[in-house]
Write a protein that binds this ligand. Structure first.
Ligand code: ZN
Length: 347
């Protein structure tokens, strides 16, 4: 990373985790364990932290690591270090697909095979496996074998959303790092430091991010994402006033698209909106997240019954849980859309 001070990690926040990992990578230390598991919601910084750990471990500087200028740090910055290995879920044709793909048998076989080889450049072979919750059974079993039998030079870093989605035998062989949401203030200033958002926009995105810097950066960098948010909010406001037939037709078109990432993004946006409405009903408009639509939040707080909003938030969270375990998507969305609150005056 350009301009990085020796020994500083290219990571915003998560300082407690850095404090634990940093000493393991320094010259003369006892070295890392075999396996680490970084847990937390999407885009909270699991892979960023794991990559930085890899960078520090592979750094060849005699002083503080990562130094940011040695050959190894340079190769890491260019994503071309031969001892750093990234494994991601793929579709059936082998294309990376983190939302719907799987970690498959062939990837596991190559880990088992290559783990036995000595590192090319330095002391370790560093394997980052993203989205371990998307492992198929063969992958999970081979991974377990690697965790049990890997030679000393292999360091495995796994990321996953939730430990409940992994085999307990995998979890128990790793040191766990459960990453927590970062503060709004930290995220807003990180966005401004990167020059991707002005103060007002940074403040809004930080609030909407639920503590996930990666999400906030993606939003700030992609104008399209923000247009999509405005469009999704408008469609939500219309749906709350729409007939049963219109709601079901929306639900069917959403289920028909089979785009998990888009679907969960939309449910998160709905949850954020109705939580804001509930907060306004409780007289706490000042802590709402959708700060660019305060007027609309206030109006909805008047128009909808608090009990309906509460019930809908519970349904949202239940249906989201079902959808993660692939029940009938169309049916689950029908139920959700029919329970979307209606303005009190329209009933
Ligand atoms: Zn270095």
């Amino acid at each position: 990373m350009e301009g990085q001070r020796a020994g500083t990690w290219p990571v915003v926040g998560h300082q407690w985790a850095i404090d634990l990992l940093h000493p393991l990578a320094q010259p003369g230390s006892s070295g890392p364990r075999h396996a680490y598991l970084f847990l937390g919601p999407p885009q909270i910084g699991k892979s960023t932290l794991a990559r930085a750990f890899g960078k520090a471990l592979l750094c060849t500087n005699d002083g503080p690591r990562p130094c940011g200028y040695c050959r190894s740090c340079d190769l890491m910055a260019k994503m071309g270090h031969p001892d750093f290995w990234l494994i991601q879920p793929t579709d059936k044709d082998g294309a990376i697909d983190r939302a719907n793909g799987l970690l498959r048998a062939d990837a596991a076989a190559s880990i088992v095979r290559d783990a036995m080889l000595r590192p090319v450049e330095g002391q370790y072979k560093f394997v980052l496996i993203q989205d371990t919750h998307r492992a198929n059974d063969t992958f999970a079993n081979k991974l377990l074998k690697t965790l049990e039998e890997a030679p000393d030079h292999v360091v495995l870093c796994l990321t996953a959303h939730d430990r409940a989605e992994l085999l307990p035998t995998i979890v128990s062989r790793c040191q766990l790092f459960e990453l927590r949401p970062q503060s709004t203030q930290l995220i807003a200033s990180a966005l401004m430091d990167r020059g991707v958002a002005d103060r007002q926009e940074a403040e809004l995105l930080a609030r909407l991010s639920n503590g996930r810097l990666g999400w906030a950066i993606d939003q700030a960098e992609g104008k399209k994402n923000q247009e999509q948010r405005q469009e999704d909010l408008r469609s939500l406001w219309q749906l709350a006033r729409a007939s049963r037939v219109e709601r079901l037709s929306f639900s069917q078109s959403l289920a028909g698209k089979r785009e998990n990432e888009r679907l969960f993004g939309l449910l998160a946006l709905w949850t954020g909106w109705w939580r804001d409405v509930l907060l306004a009903q409780a007289g706490c408009l000042n802590v709402c997240n959708n700060i660019d639509h305060q007027d609309q939040i206030e109006q909805d707080a008047q128009r909808f019954a608090q009990a309906d909003v509460q019930a809908f938030l519970r349904t949202l969270s239940r249906i989201e849980g079902y959808l993660h375990h692939t029940v009938n998507t169309a049916l689950a969305l029908d139920v959700l859309l029919l329970q979307l609150p209606r303005p009190v005056a329209n009933r």
